[in-house]
Ligand binder design. Structure first.
Ligand code: TUI
Length: 311
């Protein structure tokens, strides 16, 4: 399937892996890229040296294009932005902020810039600043989220900008993929399903929690602090929501989630850690390789899109 995104990024399938903190390591990113999608190293809150090392590792394991996600709240963001330019990474995606100040440097280095947006306003602004495409990410997604659903956000972003739009949030099979194309997207980004993939380095307990999750098993914490985060419900979310409702201080709340994602991903503490996952976790039932995931999602979508312009 050729779309503006496969052409822009030089990839076989219009499928992009979400840039997940702690999860988007070289192992996952190179597996997704090797399978014909776009693998992404998730910088999260990691130090710049770690990101540089991961880039070298992906380059060793695949010749295909890959990207780096810069989480803009990372204290090392300036340094990581520079490494992305120096290493001539093919694509940068950004999250949790506005990447305008790095745009010129990246464009000069030939890096394609694809910001994640959760609103039409930011999508428009990113297009004006020179973004090559945007990822419209709905509130169904795991991790740090906006307010609007994928179904509602994607067509409005598509109408607002002339650069290609990638849909994210709530997609884990061919039906979601086909639906996103019908909304006007030129590719999809998926996170949760890749968390549970064979190549994902997350602790086995994390994978099993995703695989066992049902439709209503995610919770959003931090709405009151302005940093809403979607995770699978556990002791941590229960305690957080209790404290949040009781008007606890930011400090008290942050104490509960500090280092929570590492705790879940690395230590496998899925009771007290932050088990970030999207609402679509309920649809993820088995652990497949990245190649199997991409071929399954794409194959299902191809059947559904017969007779449409994407055939
Ligand atoms: O960034 C994400 N998802 C993430 S980042 C992350 S690491 C983290 N951990 C704990 C707390 C906070 C972050 C985990 N998941 N997705 C992309 C995304 N960006 N979603 C929403 C946004 C967003 C929100 C507001 C982007 C820009 C924005 O405003 C920009 C501005 O300054 O106008």
């Amino acid at each position: 399937m050729k779309t503006e995104i496969t052409e822009l990024l030089g990839i076989q399938y219009p499928i992009i892996q979400g840039g997940m903190a702690w999860v988007g390591t070289w192992e996952l990113a190179s597996a997704v890229s090797e399978a014909g999608g776009l693998g992404i190293i998730g910088s999260g809150g990691a130090p710049a040296e770690w990101v540089k090392d991961q880039i070298q590792q992906v380059k060793k394991h695949t010749d295909k294009p890959f990207g780096v996600n810069l989480m803009l709240m990372n204290p090392d963001a300036d340094k990581i932005a520079q490494i992305i330019a120096e290493e001539h990474v093919e694509v940068v995606t950004t999250g949790a902020g506005n990447p305008e100040k790095y745009m010129k440097m990246w464009k000069e280095a030939g890096v394609k810039v694809v910001p994640v947006v959760a609103s039409v306003a930011l999508a428009r602004r990113m297009e004006r600043s020179g973004a090559d495409a945007v990822i419209a990410e709905g509130t169904e997604s795991g991790g740090h989220i906006g307010e609007t659903t994928t179904m509602v956000l994607v067509p409005q972003v598509v109408d607002a900008v002339s650069i290609p739009v990638i849909a994210a949030g709530g997609i884990a099979d061919g039906r979601g993929f086909a639906a996103a194309m019908m909304l006007g997207a030129k590719a999809v980004q998926m996170g949760t399903i890749f968390v549970a993939s064979k190549e994902s380095i997350v602790h086995e307990a994390y994978k099993q929690k995703v695989i066992k999750a049902k439709d209503i098993d995610t919770k959003v914490t931090g709405r009151s602090t302005g940093h809403p985060v979607r995770t699978l419900r556990n002791q941590q979310t229960k305690e957080y929501l209790r404290l949040e409702a009781a008007g606890a201080s930011l400090e008290e709340l942050e104490k509960l989630t500090l280092g929570g994602l590492r705790k879940a991903v690395v230590d496998g503490d899925v009771m007290h850690g932050s088990v970030m996952a999207g609402q679509i976790a309920g649809l993820v039932k088995e652990e497949l390789s990245c190649k199997e995931i991409i071929e399954k999602v794409y194959g299902e979508a191809q059947e559904l899109l017969k007779g449409s312009q994407y055939e």
